[in-house]
Ligand binder design. Structure first.
Ligand code: SAM
Length: 280
């Protein structure tokens, strides 16, 4: 029995179901249920909330989310070997855990979820950034999620919360901070995982704002930011040359010196530039 529920400890679950970690699936498991409950608490008040979890594995975070009072957890897992362990959790929390086997990049979770919805996951590193970018760029805003509580490699977490002028500041920071608040909630050393990964990790908590901080067309902003950071060492007048022939004028309209580099441009300035570029 564990401290957070009456299910067996995760080491026993892994041994019983032969869940040897597979590198190809980004499997670094969290076995300390006090830690997974702590991560679940970072997601906020879960009562009356559906939670989308990607990659439950043997179910450490899943158990944390359920013990912290989630109304329902929808867990999408690619590795079929984990399903029996997850079925044991579902039996302990009747009607509260739905497991879908498959690739999170290909499954639409919304058909199974009722708002309000939060996302919490110890993400497989190989698909983490791709999923984050998708969640940050939905067709309409506000998005389906109220918050995202996600484990990343520390370096990726730092890129999400980075401020202008820092090396880590780039497309991910602008995307994340334009329409949500982002902070690092927890830092974890490699030893927190089994097997330990090579690098440290961090949990990032993002809360969706009801509306963007600054007005801009999402598609234009995305294009401007991608181009600007594609050649981050160049001055904007050079990096953005292909965008429009009169880029220097547009930069002036946005109040940005054409000699500025992408790394120095705030989210507010990028939005002003996207508006200036969109003007016909
Ligand atoms: N949540 C568990 C924990 O905290 O111990 C496992 C985390 S492990 C870092 C990532 C999990 O994501 C693994 O269980 C892996 O099988 C699963 N996974 C990998 N790629 C996936 C994908 N494309 N879709 C869904 N799950 C995936």
């Amino acid at each position: 029995m564990s401290t957070i529920d009456d299910l067996p400890p995760l080491r026993d679950v892994i041994a019983a179901h032969g869940l040897s970690a597979r590198k190809s699936l980004g499997q670094n498991f969290l076995l300390d249920l006090n830690l997974t409950a702590k991560i679940a608490r970072q997601a906020g008040d879960l009562s009356g909330t559906d939670v989308l979890e990607i990659g439950p594995g043997p179910g450490g975070l899943t158990r944390g989310l359920l013990s912290e009072g989630a109304r329902k957890v929808l867990a999408i897992e690619k590795d079929a070997r984990c399903l029996p362990a997850l079925a044991d959790i579902a039996a302990r929390y009747p009607g509260q855990l739905q497991v879908v086997e498959g690739d999170a990049l290909e499954i639409d979770p919304l058909v199974h979820l009722t708002p309000p919805i939060r996302v919490a996951a110890n993400l497989p590193y190989n698909v983490g950034t791709e999923l984050l970018v998708r969640w940050l760029t939905p067709p309409t805003w506000p998005p389906f999620w109220q918050s995202l509580t996600l484990m990343f490699q520390r370096e990726v977490a730092e890129r999400i919360v980075a401020q202008p002028g820092s090396k880590a500041y780039g497309r991910l920071a602008v995307l994340a901070q334009w329409r949500s608040t982002a902070r690092i909630a927890l830092s974890l050393p490699p030893e927190a995982f089994t097997p330990p990964p090579k690098v440290s990790s961090a949990v990032v908590h993002l809360t969706a704002l009801p509306a963007p901080r600054f007005n801009a067309d999402p598609e234009v902003l995305s294009r401007v930011v991608a181009k600007a950071f594609n050649q981050r060492r160049k001055m904007l007048r050079a990096a953005l040359k292909g965008l429009t022939p009169d880029i220097e004028d547009r930069l002036h309209t946005a109040g940005i010196a054409p000699t500025t580099r992408a790394e120095q441009v705030s989210v507010e300035e990028f939005c002003a530039l996207a508006r200036a570029v969109a003007r016909t």
